[in-house]
Design a protein around this ligand. Structure first.
Ligand code: ADP
Ligand code: ZN
Ligand code: ZN
Length: 751
């Protein structure tokens, strides 16, 4: 799609041309002349360019001698004197674009965040869209057909807890037109809101001094620092049991790298779930005013703009953030730390579907930096890379505080008497254990998986289930709103009194949510101070932080929560962790189901006994012999990896291959089916025999957001072969707008 633009405004011969990737046009590349006075233009510069009769912005891919004898339109303006995207990040963008089969522009978009590309630094107010009125089903259906973007915005607002969302989160300036239309129709109101720009406003961090490292930590620190002085070091895996003091090693390694005058990038799983890790970095470097920049998804445009520029200018030399921070413009990068490298939040689940850890490894290689992958339960991909010698590994096998790992018991729920009062939620053993801890004045964490326990509506007479009309999955009952809610699209419905199919009045809510468990627990332990943590409770800003502070200060006794509470928390008063249903997710159609369960159980078990008292973990399960449960019970990461890797090799699953998923979506089922069939036939011709391809099948979630979904799954020794060939075959079909095709390379979700 390259073309030169001729212009009447001649550029004197001998001058150079810039090849520019124009913003927002899916890889349209145009050549422009570099006029006198703009010699600073180089690869990675952001520039303003003429396009038809307006001006727009873009990123310079390359500077060269013009092919068209200097008859190119000139660039209008160089936006910053320094290139905005460093050569290394340009390389990363181009590599990732090819690997994940997306336009380069999409990767550049990740590197240069929206507020920076728009360059709106003066902006102190932002537009917020507020839901005014929710249309009836009929109107909504019509809107869906006529103006899907508008319908999507309404749904998004409707699903939002506050019913108001910043325009930036609805798609930025391109969402303004549909929002205006919605405003005219009376469905939304557009408001302006003041922007606060300091993401850590109102929080203070007391400086913390480095701890004296124990022998294992010394050894780990030495391994990191040795890598830092090596030319093109191997990635270093820091496999340390929960509580072994990995974070302290990260902190001291970061300090050394800073002292050398280099920058540090720290990736953490979702920040809202790991506030303690973030706070520990802020505290340790509190003396270095402004040295630590925090990047996270809940930041306003202004904050993002300020933090980004602080890093880009080199004022902030440590950047901390979730997966998207892998693109932070840290200057003179010396060290990248990926904390909890196995965490699934590193994988982006919409386009571009990159993996933050994998790009961190690549970026470190490109910039000659050291990358440290830390975890108590490294992913099997990473364990495999250690086995084959691609990565180095340093281990911490003991807790830093000298505590033993907690004793873990597995409790077979099949042999529990079905006690009506406890509704099968709480075994007698766990009930007694909780009771004991409470009497001793100790604290308890109880974990419940939402997926395993969501309450759906089911008719015991005819088997009817209340499914979302758009997504064909069961809706979940929410007591606070007294509504059934679809967890995919946010669709809400009133709970019927009688079965809509057979009119039976015996229609039941099946399964349990956190709210139901909370009720049972309150009945069993009326004296306990209990706090529930789930997405409903934590929707309010800072709610999670407040809840965790209360628990830390022992103003609550029992914390009951979903996976959220399994991550990165460190509570000395907790002596008992109960897992209410460990079988969660073992039956999900996903090659990593066992790995995820093992990681979750091991992580959550690491939450017990972090103080002076010994900890105990009780795992309730209907499947006590499962590897994921037995190895987690013994905290045996190596044992699990060995057993599971053997199985993966036998099945030809990752890490022994790359898995990719191609998904076709269309409103009409036949269209989706037809299109996926066409792609399948062409791919059969085009793919080499080493690539295993599934038949086209309806996705496990067969319909979502009103669209039918069909999938093809690939297993291949090379991800690139699948990416390149699929991209070509998809492009050749010239599908219309009614068919959406997406490709997920190294897929982690198969729903
Ligand atoms: P991990 O990150 O491996 O889970 P943490 O860094 O959270 O482990 O450490 C667990 C606990 O041990 C923390 O309370 C931490 O302050 C403490 N700790 C870490 N290193 C030391 C040390 N060298 N001496 C004493 N306590 C330590
Ligand atoms: Zn019925
Ligand atoms: Zn839905």
């Amino acid at each position: 799609m390259q073309q030169g633009l001729f212009s009447d405004a001649d550029i004197p011969g001998g001058l150079q041309a810039a090849r520019v990737l124009v913003d927002g046009l899916n890889d349209m590349v145009l050549d422009y002349g570099i006029p006198a006075g703009m010699e600073g233009v180089t690869r990675g510069s952001r520039v303003e360019v003429p396009l038809r009769n307006r001006s727009t912005t873009g990123t310079v891919l390359q500077v060269s001698t013009p092919e068209f004898g200097g008859r190119l339109k000139p660039l209008l303006r160089l936006i910053h004197d320094e290139p905005v995207v460093s050569p290394a990040l340009m390389d990363l963008a181009e590599w990732a674009a090819r690997y994940y089969a997306v336009p380069v522009e999409q990767m550049i978009r990740c590197i240069v965040p929206e507020p920076v590309r728009r360059e709106r630094h003066e902006e102190k107010v932002r537009k917020v869209i507020v839901l005014q009125q929710w249309p009836d089903d009929d109107t909504l259906n019509k809107l869906n057909k006529r103006a899907p973007r508008q319908a999507g915005i309404l749904r998004y607002l409707h699903a939002s807890e506050t019913k108001r969302e910043p325009l930036a989160d609805l798609g930025g300036s391109s969402a303004l037109t549909p929002c205006r239309a919605l405003e005219k129709a009376g469905y939304v109101r557009i408001e302006e809101e003041q922007v606060h720009r300091d993401p850590a406003a109102g929080e203070s961090f007391a400086p913390s001094a480095p701890l004296t490292l124990n022998a294992e930590q010394e050894n780990a620190l030495k391994a990191v620092l040795t890598a830092c002085t090596t030319h093109s070091p191997k990635p270093l895996v820091m496999q340390g049991v929960t509580g072994s003091g990995k974070t302290e090693v990260y902190l001291q390694a970061a300090q050394h790298v800073l002292d050398e005058g280099k920058g540090v990038l720290i990736l953490v799983p979702e920040i809202s779930l790991t506030p303690q890790t973030m706070a520990r970095f802020k505290s340790r470097f509190a003396a270095l005013e402004g040295a630590v920049a925090i990047l996270h998804s809940a930041m306003s445009d202004g904050e993002r703009f300020d933090e980004w520029h602080a890093i880009h200018r080199g004022r902030a030399r440590i950047a901390i953030g979730p997966r998207s921070a892998v693109f932070a413009p840290v200057q003179n990068l010396g060290l990248i730390i990926v904390d909890e490298e196995h965490d699934s939040s590193y994988k982006q689940e919409n386009s571009p579907r990159y993996h933050g850890r994998d790009l961190a490894v690549l970026r470190a290689k490109m910039e000659g930096a050291t990358v440290v992958l830390g975890s108590a339960t490294p992913s099997l991909e990473t364990m495999y890379n250690v086995q084959t010698g691609k990565y180095d590994c340093v281990r911490l096998d003991h807790r830093a505080d000298g505590q033993r790992l907690p004793l873990t018991r597995v409790l077979d729920m099949r042999s529990e008497p079905k006690d009506k009062r406890n509704l099968g939620i709480l075994s007698e053993r766990l009930r007694v254990a909780i009771d004991d801890r409470l009497r001793e004045g100790q604290q308890v964490i109880l974990l419940l998986n939402r997926r395993g326990f969501a309450r759906a509506l089911q008719c015991p007479d005819c088997g009817y289930t209340a499914d979302c009309p758009d997504c064909a999955v069961p809706m979940t009952f929410h007591a606070t709103e007294n509504r059934l809610i679809c967890h995919i699209c946010g669709h809400r419905e009133v709970v019927p009194k009688r079965c809509p199919e057979c009119h039976s009045a015996g229609i039941l809510l099946e399964g349990y949510g956190t709210q139901k468990v909370e009720m049972v627990l309150r009945r069993c332990f009326p004296q306990a101070r209990l706090q529930r943590v789930d997405a409903d409770v934590t929707a309010r800003k800072n709610a999670l932080r407040d809840i965790l502070e209360d628990f830390r200060a022992h103003r609550t006794d029992i914390l009951l929560g979903t996976q959220m509470i399994s991550k990165g928390l460190d509570f000395p008063g907790v002596t008992l962790v109960g897992v209410l249903n460990a079988d969660l997710g073992l039956s999900v159609p996903d090659p990593r189901a066992a790995e995820r369960t093992f990681q979750l159980l091991t992580q959550v078990a690491g939450r017990a006994g972090r103080g002076e008292l010994d900890g105990e973990v009780i795992i309730q399960t209907y499947n006590p012999q499962a590897d994921a449960i037995q190895f987690a019970r013994r905290h045996d990461t190596d044992g699990f990896a060995e057993a599971e890797l053997a199985l993966r090799q036998q099945m030809q699953f990752p890490p022994y291959c790359h898995m990719a998923v191609l998904t076709v979506r269309a409103e009409q089922e036949e269209l989706a089916q037809l299109s996926v069939g066409t792609l399948y036939r062409h791919l059969q011709q085009a793919l080499p025999p080493q690539v295993l391809m599934s038949e086209p099948l309806p996705a496990p979630i067969a319909k979502a957001y009103g669209k039918f979904r069909y999938q093809i799954t690939f297993r291949s020794p090379s991800a690139r072969v699948v990416a390149d060939i699929c991209a070509r075959v998809i492009a050749e079909q010239h599908f219309g707008e009614e068919i959406a095709v997406s490709l997920d390379i190294d897929a982690y979700s198969f729903l």
